[in-house]
Design a protein around this ligand. Structure first.
Ligand code: FRU
Length: 544
C-alpha cells in the first residue's frame, strides 16, 4: 500500500512533467506577460497562500497543470524577494486523498513554530451538478522548508459546515490569521436559500476549530451581496477592519457590477467574541474587467499587500491557444486614509524600469494639425493626427454629452519615446477647457487597434474602453472619480496583454486583459471639446 506522502508525491511529479512539456510553448506566445506573476504554463485562477516566510514572499495559486482549462485544482507556487521578480517553485499541492479528490481549492498560509502551514478546501463532486453535488471540507498541509508540503495526517480539520442557516456544501476558501494568541479563519459560505455570507472560526492550534458565528452577510446584506461569497479575507488596517470578498450574483447597478462576479470590501469592526462584523457599504476593489478573488498578506514591514487573479470566470482568454490561461495582477499596497482604502502598485516595481523618457507642458486637443498618422509611433517628434472625432463623437463632446471613444488614436498626439508593449506611464493632466481627455494605448493604426483610457469631465468618470483593443472580448468600464483642482494623475502599467490603471493617489484601480497585435505599440494623447495639458509625463519600458 502506498502512503499518503507517496501518493501526493506521485501526483505532483505528474504535474511537473506536464508543465515541463508545455512551458516553452507558453513562453513563446506573443501575449505571454513579461513581468506579471503567472504559472509556467496552463490554467491559473485565484491567488492562494500569499505570505511572507523566511524573508521571502510566497504566492500560491489555483492551477490546472494539465491544460488551459479549469480542472481538478492543484496549488502552483511562486516566490519573490522583492514583489517584482518571481521564481517558479514546484507545484505544492495535488488532489491525492479522498477528501480533496476533485481539487485542492483556495485557501491561505500561516507560519507556526517555524513551519509553513497551508489551509485549503478539499473538494469532491458527488454527482453531475457542479453547483449542487459537492462536498467541501477544510484541510491542512505543512512544510519545513516552504517548498515541499505534506498533507496533515488528521485531515480534514473542519469536516462539515456548522448548523444553522448555513448551506451544507458551499463552504470554502479559508483565510487564516492570528489575533491575541489565537488563530482565526474566515470561510466563504451562503445561507440555505442562497445568500452570500462569511463564517468565523477560532482555534488554539490550527487543528481543532470552533465555529464562532456568521460574520457578515446572509439576510442582513441580502439586497446587495449576491448568492455566494468566495475568498473572504479579514484584516486590520488603520485602526479598523476590512472584510474583502468576492460575491457572486450581484446585480449590475449603473456603471457598477458589470462583470460576471465582483470583488470588493466592507469597512467595519469585528467583535471577536460574537464573530459579528459591523460594517458600512460594499466598495469595489477594482473597476476594470479582470480582477477576482484577491488575497492580501502582511509583510515584514507591516504593509498590507494585495494580489488578485487578473481574469474573470466569463473571460475568453485567447492566450489559451498558446498553452497558458490567466495571470495575477501586480502586487498593490493597501492603506486606509480618511476612511478610504487606497491601492497603489508596490514601490519595488520601480526595479523593472528601464530608462525614463520625460515630457512636460504639452498641450493636447484644440486645432488639429497634420495628415493621417503613421501606422505606429515612430518616435520622431510630436505628431498630431487630424481626422477629428467622428461627427457624432465630436458633436457629443462639444455639447458636453457622454464621452464616446470613437477613434481616440486618430485625433491624438504621439510623443517622442513614448510607445511600447511593456511600459509604465505616470502622467498628470490639467483638464483645461476639455470636456474629455485621455490616452489611447496599444495603438496600431493599420489595424485600427487602441485601448482607450479617458476622463469624461461632464460625468466625472474614468473610462476604460477595450472595444477596439484587438482579439478577445470588448466592452467599456466606467468609474466615478472627481478631478482634484482640475487635475488628474494616472499611473498605467502595460504588459503584453494587460493594462492596469491607478488613478488619483490610489483612489481607483482599473484592470483589463487586452489582446492587441504585438506591433500595436503606439500611444496617443487626446482632448475633446477644448484643450487639456499634460503637466508632466514619465514613461519607462518595463522588463523583469
Ligand atoms: C474562486 C473559486 C473559489 C474556489 C476556487 C476553485 O474563483 O471559485 O471559491 O475555491 O475558485 O478553483
Amino acid at each position: 500500500m502506498t502512503s499518503p506522502q507517496d501518493r501526493h508525491r506521485a501526483a505532483l511529479e505528474q504535474a511537473e512533467a506536464s508543465l515541463a512539456e508545455a512551458r516553452e510553448r507558453a513562453a513563446r506566445n506573443p501575449w505571454r506577460l513579461r513581468y506579471h506573476p503567472a504559472a509556467p504554463a496552463y490554467w491559473i485562477n485565484d491567488p492562494n497562500g500569499f505570505c511572507f516566510f523566511r524573508g521571502e514572499y510566497h504566492l500560491f495559486y489555483q492551477h490546472h497543470p494539465f491544460s488551459s482549462e479549469w480542472g481538478p485544482m492543484y496549488w502552483g507556487h511562486l516566490k519573490s524577494r522583492d514583489l517584482a521578480h518571481w521564481e517558479h517553485l514546484p507545484v505544492a499541492l495535488a488532489p491525492s486523498e479522498d477528501y480533496d479528490a476533485d481539487g485542492c481549492f483556495s485557501g491561505s498560509a500561516i507560519e507556526k513554530d517555524g513551519r509553513l502551514w497551508l489551509m485549503y478546501t478539499g473538494n469532491r463532486w458527488t454527482g453531475p451538478d457542479r453547483d449542487a453535488d459537492l462536498l467541501q471540507v477544510q484541510a491542512l498541509a505543512v512544510s519545513d522548508d516552504g517548498v515541499s508540503f505534506e498533507k496533515f495526517g488528521r485531515n480534514p480539520v473542519i469536516a462539515e459546515a456548522p448548523q444553522g442557516d448555513i448551506h451544507a456544501f458551499h463552504f470554502r476558501d479559508p483565510k487564516v490569521w492570528e489575533h491575541d494568541g489565537s488563530y482565526y479563519c474566515v470561510l466563504g459560505s451562503r445561507t440555505q436559500d442562497h445568500r452570500g455570507q462569511a463564517l468565523l472560526y477560532r482555534s488554539a492550534d490550527l487543528i481543532d476549530w470552533t465555529f464562532v458565528g456568521v460574520m457578515a452577510g446572509g439576510r442582513e446584506d441580502a439586497d446587495i451581496l449576491g448568492y455566494m461569497w468566495e475568498c473572504p479575507d479579514l484584516f486590520a488596517l488603520g485602526g479598523q477592519e476590512i472584510l474583502a470578498f468576492s460575491p457572486q450574483g450581484v446585480a449590475p447597478r449603473g456603471d457598477l457590477y458589470r462583470n460576471l462576479h465582483q470583488a470588493g470590501y466592507l469597512l467595519g469592526r469585528l467583535d471577536y467574541g460574537t464573530g459579528i462584523f459591523e460594517h458600512g457599504g460594499f466598495v469595489p476593489l477594482d473597476y476594470g474587467f479582470d480582477f477576482y478573488a484577491p488575497q492580501t498578506m502582511e509583510d515584514d514591514r507591516g504593509r498590507r499587500v494585495l494580489i488578485a487573479w487578473m481574469a474573470m470566470w466569463e473571460s475568453e482568454m485567447p492566450e489559451r491557444a498558446g498553452d497558458w490561461a490567466g495571470a495575477m495582477t501586480l502586487p498593490r499596497v493597501l492603506t486606509l486614509e480618511n476612511g478610504r482604502l487606497l491601492s497603489r502598485p508596490a514601490p519595488e516595481l520601480a526595479q523593472l524600469r528601464g530608462e525614463e523618457v520625460r515630457h512636460a507642458d504639452v498641450t493636447v486637443g484644440g486645432a488639429e494639425v497634420g495628415g493621417m498618422g503613421t501606422a505606429e509611433d515612430q518616435g520622431g517628434g510630436a505628431q498630431e493626427h487630424t481626422a477629428p472625432a467622428s461627427g457624432a463623437a465630436a458633436a457629443e463632446a462639444a455639447s458636453g454629452g457622454t464621452f464616446r471613444a470613437g477613434s481616440a488614436a486618430r485625433r491624438g498626439k504621439a510623443l517622442p519615446g513614448v510607445s511600447g508593449e511593456c511600459l509604465e506611464l505616470e502622467v498628470e493632466f490639467d483638464a483645461g477647457t476639455a470636456s474629455a481627455f485621455g490616452l489611447a494605448l496599444r495603438v496600431g493604426e493599420a489595424r485600427g487597434e487602441e485601448t482607450v483610457l479617458a476622463y469624461d469631465r461632464t460625468e466625472e468618470r474614468l473610462l476604460l474602453d477595450r472595444e477596439r483593443s484587438g482579439a478577445g472580448p470588448g466592452g467599456v468600464r466606467r468609474a466615478p472619480l472627481p478631478l482634484r483642482e482640475g487635475r488628474l494623475r494616472l499611473r498605467v502599467f502595460l504588459d503584453r496583454s494587460s493594462v492596469e490603471v491607478f488613478a488619483g493617489d490610489g483612489e481607483l484601480a482599473m484592470t483589463a486583459r487586452v489582446y492587441p497585435d504585438a506591433g500595436s505599440t503606439g500611444i496617443r494623447f487626446f482632448a475633446d471639446g477644448g484643450v487639456a495639458e499634460i503637466v508632466s509625463l514619465s514613461c519607462w519600458t518595463l522588463d523583469r
